[in-house]
Design a protein around this ligand. Structure first.
Ligand SMILES: *Cc1c(COP(=O)(O)O)cnc(C)c1O
Length: 410
């Protein structure tokens, strides 16, 4: 009989979203008259249509594949030069990152999980709490943790609590770690990290020869010009950080699928015997063996987001979602709730009223205002006492949610 990877059995069976679905279903069954009023502000998926520039570029690319002269088969595993070059020109030209340090992929979720392929076992791994669950679960799957407890905390991981006291950016640990996952602007808290905060993390990583895995999926939502848009704006990051980026949230590519990893040539890991090895070379090797590149039409669509027309359309999307975030923040503030995030990220992170926990708030929101939110505790023990409202919605829905919050939660 085929043996399985038993690490998978340690996983806390994707508790959060199934439990939300279960409670929504129970509500709908108990209140069939109210089912039609439900508004979902739970899932982190975009709602607005794909920018026209991307659609046109993808259609043209499909037509190119339809004639022998312009047909293309397998592309370069690391991505076409046209896209790697425009990624550099539009994001990193001033930061000293080169096109051969960009690895185009089918999205960041895959990249942030796959990166563990090239990292060894025995690393001490730090993650924030609350956290994007992918970082935790991929470490569980590969055997980097022990068993999980009832709160979903796994033995062997270093949890860095993020709360209102530290502005949702974790304090530097007082012990050395080897690997640090940071996501800013943050999902789920909507917090942005300042230059000083990121500089402290880079200094720590350099001191301990640690590797920072920096997830910047929400870069496009940054409004404050002082907030760094890339970890490479921080001096020294070129020696200790990889950056994960995605077209999912800025370009509405959650269903189209395209992202990239930045792996500077100057980031090294070590063998057991102490030999330094360039992370970039390992990632390149892994990519050419296990991946055959993102689809050609998709890469053309992504490239088109950097055209003048495309940039304008992306900006409209960001403005749309950020206006939703502003409205939602305001509505929660008006009823006296403590509100965080939502200023440089499409997530509003709200403290539950005194005496109500995250799931209690989930139940109140669905029962009293028919709005589905995400309980903060689902993202980690330190998320208890908070809930997340996603700004990914139509304006009509966002306004309706605001109206109901103000009418019923005050
Ligand atoms: C949405 C999101 C991503 C992007 O994932 P894709 O696989 O590129 O769609 C990455 N990180 C975080 C934290 C996210 O919320």
């Amino acid at each position: 009989m085929a043996r399985i990877n038993e690490n998978f059995l340690k996983l806390k069976a994707g508790y959060l979203f199934p439990e939300i679905a279960r409670r929504v279903k129970a509500f709908v069954e108990a209140n069939p008259d109210k089912a039609g009023q439900l508004i979902r502000c739970g899932i982190g998926d975009v709602t607005e249509p794909l920018p026209e520039a991307a659609r046109n570029a993808m259609k043209a690319a499909v037509d190119e594949l339809g004639s022998r002269d312009s047909f293309r088969g397998y592309g370069p595993e690391q991505g076409y030069d046209f896209l790697r070059d425009s990624i550099v020109a539009n994001n990193y030209a001033h930061l000293g990152i080169e096109a051969d340090e960009i690895f185009v992929s089918d999205g960041s979720k895959c990249d942030s999980g796959n990166i563990l392929d090239i990292l060894g076992s025995g690393n001490k791994i730090a993650i924030t709490d609350p956290v994007y669950p992918v970082y935790v679960d991929t470490n569980v799957m590969i055997g980097n943790t022990g068993e999980g407890d009832e709160d979903g905390r796994y033995e062997g991981l270093v949890y860095l609590p993020c709360n209102a006291d530290n502005d949702f950016v974790p304090a530097i640990p007082d012990e050395p770690v080897d690997l640090i996952y940071l996501c800013y602007p943050n999902n789920p808290t909507g917090a942005a990290a300042t230059r000083e905060q990121l500089a402290a993390w880079v200094a720590y990583a350099k001191k301990h020869e640690a590797l920072i895995l920096f997830d910047a999926a929400y870069e496009a939502f940054i409004q404050d010009p002082e907030v760094p848009r890339s970890i490479y704006e921080i001096e020294g990051a070129h020696e200790c950080a990889l950056e994960f980026r995605s077209f999912s949230k800025n370009g509405g590519f959650t269903g189209v699928r395209c992202g990239w990893v930045v792996a500077p040539k100057t980031v090294f890991g070590t063998t057991e015997s102490g030999e330094k090895i360039a992370i970039r070379d390992l990632w390149s090797r892994r990519t050419s063996t296990k991946f055959n590149g993102a689809s050609y039409p998709v890469q053309r669509g992504a490239e088109a987001l950097y055209s003048e027309e495309g940039k304008g359309q992306v900006k409209e999307l960001i403005t749309h979602y950020m206006e939703n975030a502003r409205l939602l923040r305001e509505a929660c503030e008006k009823v006296g709730l403590a509100v965080y995030g939502g200023e440089n990220a499409p997530y509003v992170w709200v403290a539950c009223p005194e005496g109500t926990d995250s799931w209690g708030m989930f139940d109140r929101m669905i029962n009293e205002v028919q709005v589905v939110i995400t309980p903060g505790s689902g993202f980690g023990a330190a998320g208890e006492g908070y809930f997340r409202i996603s700004a990914f919605n139509s304006r009509e829905n966002a306004l309706e949610v605001c109206k109901r919050i103000q009418a019923n939660l005050g």
